[in-house]
Design a binder for this molecule. Structure first.
Ligand code: FEO
Ligand code: CA
Ligand code: CA
Ligand code: CA
Length: 607
């Protein structure tokens, strides 16, 4: 069954004619030839790479050996997680556990005051920030930043509709981010009393930075100070030790109480009279699109937000230079001249892949007191059918934007509209991106059942099961051209023990193992799963499977890669008849949670 966010993501909001129509049959046929030929896909890719001088790997890497016993398809089902026989798992920080050990314990239904001091629901993107005291300590102690994307009213409140502002606050406090200190003692990971621990939610004070800051697009008549982060989906991290949380389906929390006509921009971002049915706007006017005093409040969401996981007093910063859209993850690479590059997907059928490139060396900018995420250029991807591509600049320097947009503030706030103008390539729902050790970038295109015409980069029409695309940017990530290929079509794995569908969260480890978390209907009645692919051989092994109706997401590890953390989101869709996972503390309501995965022999996870 499709989850709430999945159903909402299925809407098509791109009205443009950017869908390439030309020569598609030939292109699709040539892709299939490469994918199914005698030469393995990955070998073909490597060969095509080596033909291009500038595409030599940026750093040499050690292709990952995947030696573990795969979890068989038949075992990847049920109301409880299952795992490869070479591995073991532990449950950590389920929804409602206290953020500090002496905080309020889980009770059900949740209440607003306690929820503000408890782990949120909808565990999604996350990152582990190791304790910096000494390298070894970082393998057993650190801060875990975890996104809380969404939780339905029926799950969180125990009823479909809020009846008071108190109910709305409870729902709001269940969304956002947890930053929690965790450590391993006697083989078990537990929350400890960390001074950096905190909850960030929909009512937390935040600040804006970058080109849209102070612009008319972010000002309300009420003049209320910026507050909150919402629908925190994928994530990223920076070389300077901060967490990036990415706002995805923010539109679903707004509604109307007065007469209202959606603006062009509001339509392009999917705002509607009742949103996802959370009913926040009925008690909190900030989320009422028709309430004049809060006009533009909706433009304050849809950003990448930077959080310092070791400073509980820091105000989360919305980095507007990275553009406003339905952000999935933010994959950061250090490019040529130590410029910061951020790869980002916009998860909607026929929406786009973006990247941001900082104007200068990130170390220099930070020495000058500037954020590398505030100064630079935003681009959107155009995939040509001949395996080349171009990054199209989204700035006032682009002649196709300078007449229709008034400022960079307007371009970044309505990045989707700007990307429509320049002719970006509509993709099959770009979810997470991740950058491999050789500089290859991977992006999960989760599915697009609405596609009726294939193109090179989206070669299946319809595409109900998704694929993973890869590319290498010229000029060590900072160039405006790239070479792409298809890494894997999910449908090619069906009927085999490698079977998966709907790739969503992805992470490439330093040896080139590609971890894949899925979110959607799997073949053979399997639950959503975590797989490991060898990026050279293309081999895929199943490591772990979740429970009924959940998704597996948020892949992060300790520095020694002996401990892996993943999240189980929307377990059982909150339905106790599907699962009572994790069934601890006498509670049977399903609770989203982090799963700690280790090899029984203590080896590198994924090997
Ligand atoms: Fe929140 Fe597109 O997944
Ligand atoms: Ca999700
Ligand atoms: Ca996702
Ligand atoms: Ca998804």
């Amino acid at each position: 069954m499709k989850s709430l966010d999945e159903r909402m993501d299925d809407a098509i909001l791109n009205p443009t004619e950017n869908r390439p129509m030309r020569d598609v049959v030939r292109v699709a046929a040539s892709r299939r030839k490469i994918l199914q030929g005698g030469m393995s896909l990955a070998a073909g890719f490597m060969a095509s790479k080596s033909a291009l001088g500038q595409r030599a790997p940026i750093v040499p890497f050690n292709p990952g050996l995947i030696g573990f016993t795969p979890l068989p398809r038949v075992q990847a089902t049920g109301s409880w997680p299952t795992i490869s026989e070479d591995y073991q798992f532990q449950v950590l920080i389920p929804w409602g556990d206290p953020v500090l050990p002496d905080g309020p314990a889980f009770s059900y239904p949740a209440n607003a005051e306690e929820q503000a001091d408890q782990i949120g629901i909808g565990h999604d993107g996350m990152w582990f920030f190791p304790d910096a005291d000494d390298p070894e300590a970082g393998n057993r102690k650190g801060m875990l930043a975890v996104n809380h994307e969404f939780g339905s009213n029926s799950h969180v409140l125990g009823k479909d509709d809020p009846e008071s502002l108190e109910d709305v606050r409870c729902s709001q406090h269940a969304h956002g981010v947890s930053v929690v200190g965790i450590q391993r003692e006697e083989g078990v990971w537990r929350v400890y009393n960390a001074c950096g621990a905190r909850r960030i939610h929909v009512n937390t004070a935040v600040t804006f930075s970058g080109p849209a800051t102070g612009s008319e697009f972010l000002e309300t008549v009420a003049g209320n100070a910026p507050q909150g982060t919402l629908n925190n989906c994928g994530s990223g991290f920076t070389p300077w030790g901060t967490y990036l949380t990415c706002e995805e389906n923010f539109q679903g929390y707004f509604g109307v109480t007065l007469s209202w006509n959606a603006s062009t921009a509001q339509s392009r971002y999917g705002f509607s009279e009742n949103g996802f049915g959370y009913g926040w706007h009925l008690f909190d006017k900030r989320f009422d699109l028709s309430w004049p005093a809060f006009r533009n409040e909706e433009n304050r969401f849809g950003w990448v937000v930077e959080i310092d996981p070791y400073n509980a007093g820091q105000r989360p910063v919305k980095r507007t230079a990275l553009g406003r859209f339905k952000h999935e993850s933010a994959a950061v690479a250090v490019g040529k001249d130590r410029r910061i590059v951020v790869y980002m997907g916009d998860d909607q059928p026929f929406d786009y892949i973006y990247k941001f490139v900082s104007s200068e060396d990130h170390v220099k900018l930070r020495h000058e007191g500037e954020s590398p995420l505030d100064h630079g250029t935003l681009y959107v991807a155009k995939f040509n059918d001949n395996f080349t591509g171009e990054w199209l600049e989204l700035s006032m320097d682009n002649a196709s934007l300078s007449s229709s947009f008034s400022s960079q503030a307007e371009i970044v706030t309505f990045a989707r509209l700007a990307a429509d103008e320049v002719g970006a390539t509509p993709m099959d729902r770009p979810e997470w991106t991740s950058v491999g050790p050789d500089g290859t970038i991977y992006c999960a295109l989760t599915n697009n059942s609405s596609r009726s015409t294939a193109d090179g980069a989206n070669p299946q029409a319809p595409n109900p099961d998704g694929h993973i695309i890869s590319w290498v940017d010229d000029d060590m990530h900072v160039g405006t051209t790239f070479e792409w290929d298809i890494f894997k079509l999910a449908s090619d794995t069906h009927g085999t023990e490698e079977s998966f569908s709907d790739p969503d969260s992805i992470y490439v480890d330093p040896d080139g193992r590609l971890f894949i978390g899925t979110d959607g209907g799997q073949q053979d009645r399997m639950n959503n799963q975590l797989l490991v692919a060898d990026t050279v051989s293309g081999t895929v092994n199943r490591l772990f499977a979740g429970v009924y109706d959940d998704e597996v997401t948020g892949i992060t590890m300790t520095p020694n890669r002996r401990t892996l953390f993943v999240n189980l989101q929307h377990v059982g869709n909150g339905n106790i008849n599907r699962t009572d996972f994790p069934a601890i503390g006498g509670h049977r309501v399903p609770r989203d949670a982090t799963i700690v995965i280790t090899r029984k022999d203590g080896g590198i996870v994924g090997s």
